[in-house]
Design a protein around this ligand. Structure first.
Ligand code: NAP
Ligand code: ZN
Length: 349
């Protein structure tokens, strides 16, 4: 089946309209009409070949929401018309220890929603900047938010789970002091979720203009990270710092803010490495520098249900497909509050 999509033919070319093929749904597949798709900074890294191994044409998009159009004969959990989401994972080996633990995101055979090998044409997966997608039912998420919030739910499928998973893994809750570095798509969700989990939340931003907005998102305090005095006031005090920054920067400036046994987990994935941190900043207080990648399917469902229960969605700016390139430029300048979401209806015609 041919569907309209938006993608690029090379890393140095803008995205443009193109047509792609989707497989007919197999026995365990769910065919989804995509209503909205969020624009993640990972989409930009991948489609501009900033990360290695981008296959072209590349159709990004892994914050997908829409309605079930059809299901395979063995699908019992979903019916046509259901509101569903697809995040960053569309397949995995299904039998390794990671898959059995519900952590498909760490399966060596994980297939990402775009740019991963597949038997489907053209040989690699194509993402949510498209009218439809067909996915095995195991990787389909149920959306329990009211339908009018659907566009603002889309970013939960990556930005939401990528921040929720480490917050839960490191037991964030009442009595914990948590820092969130970078108030972009991921960071603004990190602030909302850490606040909803009951932690004391400190937002770190490079931009003085985001101070007020960070408080509105649920931060208890805001620190402009370029201000050494403001940084020093928080020395040795954090249980966890969630670092979402999309560019290399000085990690030591944040490590020294962790208390004994504190952890900074990196979720930002810059194209070039950070300078190595000073090991003394780890040794001195038995601190940990960690990483975390998205989250498993069960955990993603748990996050969606948690957000539905607490009325949490992303703050978004809805754009047309022909505004994707401009949205990328604005994201690079930090000019977005806080996630662009594509109205996939604009891919028609
Ligand atoms: P984004 O919306 O562009 O937000 C990144 C934020 O980082 C910016 O808003 C800015 O916040 C801050 N920042 C940017 N450049 C900076 C610099 N040079 N120095 C200091 N701060 C800077 O991006 P996103 O979609 O949230 O994604 C963030 C990163 O996470 C990307 O690298 C993306 O690929 C990665 N990611 C990882 C996973 C995972 O599984 N680990 C999943 C999704 C995305 P302020 O203006 O507040 O300073
Ligand atoms: Zn993403």
């Amino acid at each position: 089946m041919l569907v309209n999509a938006y993608g690029a033919h090379a890393g140095d070319q803008p995205l443009q309209p193109l047509q792609i093929t989707r497989r007919a749904p197999g026995a365990h597949d769910v065919q989804i009409d995509i209503a909205f798709c969020g624009i993640c900074h990972s989409d930009l890294h991948q489609v501009r070949a900033e990360w290695q191994g981008t296959q072209f044409p590349c159709v990004p998009g892994h914050e997908i929401v829409g309605r079930v159009a059809a299901v395979g004969v063995h699908v019992h959990g979903f019916r046509p018309g259901d509101l569903v989401g697809i995040g960053c994972i569309v397949d995995s080996c299904k039998h390794c220890a990671d898959c059995e633990d519900g952590l498909e995101n760490y399966c060596d055979g994980m297939i990402g929603t775009y740019n991963f090998p597949t038997p489907d044409a053209p040989g690699w997966t194509l993402g949510g900047y498209s009218q439809q997608i067909v996915v095995h039912e195991r990787y389909v998420l149920r959306i329990r938010h009211p339908e009018e919030q659907l566009a603002a739910v889309a970013p939960l499928l990556c930005a939401g789970i990528t921040t929720y998973s480490p917050l839960r893994h490191w037991n964030v809750g009442p009595g914990k002091k948590v820092g969130v570095v970078g108030i972009g798509g991921l960071g603004h969700m990190g602030i909302k979720l850490a606040h909803a989990l009951g932690a004391h939340v400190v937002a770190f931003t490079t931009s003085d203009a985001k101070r007020e907005a960070a408080l509105q998102l649920g931060a208890d305090e805001v620190v402009v990270s370029r201000n050494a005095e403001e940084m020093a006031a928080h020395a040795k005090s954090f249980d966890l710092i969630l670092n979402t920054v999309a560019a290399p920067h000085n990690l030591d400036a944040f490590l020294v803010l962790l208390k004994r046994d504190g952890t900074m987990t990196l979720v930002g994935a810059p194209a070039t490495p950070h300078d190595s941190p000073n090991v003394f900043n780890l040794i001195m207080k038995r601190r940990t520098l960690a990483g975390s990648m998205i989250g498993g399917i069960a955990e993603t469902q748990e996050m969606l249900d948690f957000c539905a229960e607490h009325g949490i969605v992303a703050d978004i700016e809805l754009v047309r497909a022909n505004q994707i390139n401009e949205s990328y430029e604005r994201m690079l300048k930090g000019d977005v509050k806080y996630r662009f979401v594509i109205d996939n209806a604009t891919l028609a015609g």
